[in-house]
Design a protein around this ligand. Structure first.
Ligand SMILES: Cc1cc2nc3c(=O)[nH]c(=O)nc-3n(C[C@H](O)[C@H](O)[C@H](O)COP(=O)(O)O)c2cc1C
Length: 183
C-alpha cells in the first residue's frame, strides 16, 4: 500500500474481532517502535506487550482511572496491547544546559514510536487505537512498573471488521500549514 493511502486508511479502531494477534506480529510492531528516531538517539522508552489473560486483566484495570473515567470503554474487546513507557533520557549536555530537562524530547519520541507501530500494524493487516489515559498508580501496582517510568500511551492492536475507512475530520490545510511566514 502506498504511504498516502495508508495515511487516509489508518484510523483508530474501537471495535475488534475475536481473533488473536500472532506473537510474531506483535514483535514486529514493537520492533518498529524500537527502530524509531528519538532526540539524541536517547530511546527513552520501553514497550510492554500484553497479550496473556492475567496480564490483560491487569491492563484493563489500569485503563480505568481512579475517578472511573476511561479512554477505552471497549477495552474488553481487544486482546493485545503495547504499553509505551517513558524512561529517563540520556541526552546531550547541550540539551541539559539549555532546557534543564532531560525529558524535553521524550514525549515526542514516544509519540513517533507509537505512530510507527500503528503503521507497522497496518502493514500486517492489523488495526490500532492509541489510548492516552491510564492510571499510573495501577500500572505500578499491577505490573511493578517503577514510579519514575511514566506510562504515556497504550496501543491497542487487533483485527477489525472490513469496512470503508471513515472520512478524516481534520482542520483545514491552510489553518495548519503556512509558508515562509507565520499566518
Ligand atoms: C495521544 C493520543 C491519545 C488518544 N487517546 C485515546 C483514547 O484514550 N481513547 C480513544 O478511543 N482514542 C484515543 N485516541 C485516538 C484519537 O481520538 C484519534 O486519533 C483522533 O480522533 C483521530 O481519529 P483517527 O485516529 O481515527 O484518524 C488518542 C490519540 C492520541 C494521538
Amino acid at each position: 500500500m502506498k504511504f498516502e493511502e495508508m495515511l487516509l486508511k489508518r484510523e483508530s479502531c474501537r471495535s475488534y474481532l475475536d481473533k488473536a494477534v500472532a506473537k510474531e506480529d506483535l514483535i514486529k510492531i514493537a520492533e518498529a517502535g524500537r527502530l524509531s528516531p528519538s532526540g539524541c538517539n536517547a530511546q527513552p522508552w520501553k514497550f510492554m506487550i500484553v497479550n496473556e489473560p492475567e496480564a490483560l486483566e491487569k491492563l484493563r484495570d489500569a485503563l480505568v482511572l481512579s475517578n472511573g473515567g476511561t479512554g477505552a470503554p471497549w477495552r474488553d474487546q481487544c486482546s493485545s496491547y503495547i504499553v509505551i513507557v517513558e524512561q529517563k533520557a540520556n541526552v546531550m549536555q547541550a540539551v541539559l544546559d539549555y532546557y534543564g530537562d532531560s525529558q524535553r524530547f521524550a514525549q515526542g519520541d514516544l509519540a513517533m514510536a507509537c505512530l510507527n507501530m500503528c503503521y507497522q500494524a497496518m502493514d500486517l493487516g492489523l488495526s490500532t487505537c492509541i489510548i492516552g489515559m491510564n492510571d499510573q498508580k495501577k500500572m505500578e501496582a499491577n505490573f511493578g512498573i517503577p514510579a519514575d517510568n511514566i506510562v504515556r500511551l497504550v496501543l491497542a492492536v487487533g483485527y477489525a471488521e472490513e469496512k470503508e475507512p471513515r472520512r478524516k475530520i481534520r482542520k483545514a490545510f491552510d489553518k495548519v500549514v503556512c509558508f515562509n511566514e507565520w499566518k
